[in-house]
Design a protein around this ligand. Structure first.
Ligand code: NAP
Length: 288
């Protein structure tokens, strides 16, 4: 399995297949905690560097800036089409069917992109009824062309099982969770893979808290890459989709420049063994 993954090439143009027959880029730019102006600059730098996927959310308050920067770029580059870009947003709170339906429409309006490629329920908070009602609203948004691909975020095994047992018309294609060598979530990621759900890895750089970890530094030296590149590559070789965030042009370029090396099996295991369940933000995977 590992060999198959490792022999695959990863780049800003490579894509991962989804369970609904569509696909999406392997690497996305994250835009959490970036202000309006910072967001526009980061998205522009990323587009210029070749990124074609962007991870926003209602809670980030920058859906408008991501969308308008993409539209502006498309206007200046007529060789690129809306369909070449993959845009993600997420529902702030699970709620009743009607509230969620309206909220998704508002997100579509905010970004100005005509539709949202991937829309996620941001967390399992809110309890079983709100989760399942929100999912029904998301299914209908897919039917109405507002969203191409539906998914979830911060869902633990029990939340995914609950959704599957409700016999959804459309299955989730993605679960976006915190994953890096210091929080591997190996049981949950395996469960997602077994259910044909792609794992998107948030905080793939462990929020830069571990750039100087001695194992990471030694391996980065061995592979002639930076700590950030090693961390991004580790997630890709596990079959995940990393969402590295930076507002700096040189780092945006650096974080996606990961095609020149392959981490060998032994070093992948060494990195796996760094797991200390490090949570860099919130941790809703056990929510009731
Ligand atoms: N679904 C969820 O609940 C959830 C939660 C958290 C995050 N996310 C998504 O995942 C994305 C990534 O997660 P994250 O933003 O929390 O953390 P991250 O991508 O792991 O790390 C971002 C931090 O690393 C720094 N950094 C970036 N590139 C670097 C490099 N090459 N060398 C050294 N430092 C570097 C950034 O600073 P600079 O910007 O100054 O470069 C920033 O402080 C988010 O932006 C968001 O889209 C989702």
């Amino acid at each position: 399995m590992f060999r198959k993954m490792a022999s695959q090439t990863y780049s800003l143009t490579s894509r991962i297949p989804l369970n609904n027959g569509l696909s999406m880029p392997h690497i996305h730019l994250g835009v959490y905690l970036t202000s309006g102006r910072e967001t526009s600059t980061a998205v522009r730098h990323a587009l210029e560097a070749g990124y074609r996927a962007f991870d926003s959310a209602q809670m980030y308050h920058n859906e408008r800036e991501v969308g308008s920067t993409i539209l502006d770029y498309l206007q200046k580059h007529p060789d690129l089409k809306r369909g070449d870009i993959h845009y993600t947003s997420k529902l702030a709170s699970n709620s009743s069917y009607d509230v969620v339906r309206k909220s998704i429409k508002k997100s579509v309006q905010e970004c100005g992109l005509g539709y949202i490629d991937l829309f996620l329920l941001h967390s399992p908070y809110g309890g079983p009824k709100a989760r399942l009602d929100s999912w029904k609203a998301l299914e209908d948004a897919v039917d109405d062309g507002e969203v191409k691909v539906p998914g979830v975020s911060n869902y633990g095994e029990k939340h995914i099982a609950e959704l599957m047992e409700s016999n959804p018309r459309i299955k989730p294609a993605v679960n976006q969770i915190e994953v890096h060598p210091f929080n591997t979530r190996s049981k949950l990621t395996q469960y997602c893979k077994d259910n044909d759900i792609v794992v998107e890895a948030y905080a793939p750089l462990a929020r830069a808290y571990k750039m100087k970890d001695k194992t990471i530094v030694a391996l980065a030296k061995k592979y002639g890459c930076t700590s950030a590149q090693l961390l991004v590559r580790w997630n890709l070789q596990h079959g995940h989709v990393p969402l590295p965030k930076s507002v700096r042009k040189e780092r945006i370029i650096e974080n996606a420049d990961i095609s020149g090396f392959v981490i060998d099996e032994e070093d992948m295991k060494k990195m796996d063994s760094l797991d200390e369940y490090l949570v860099t933000d919130w941790d809703p995977v056990d929510a009731p």
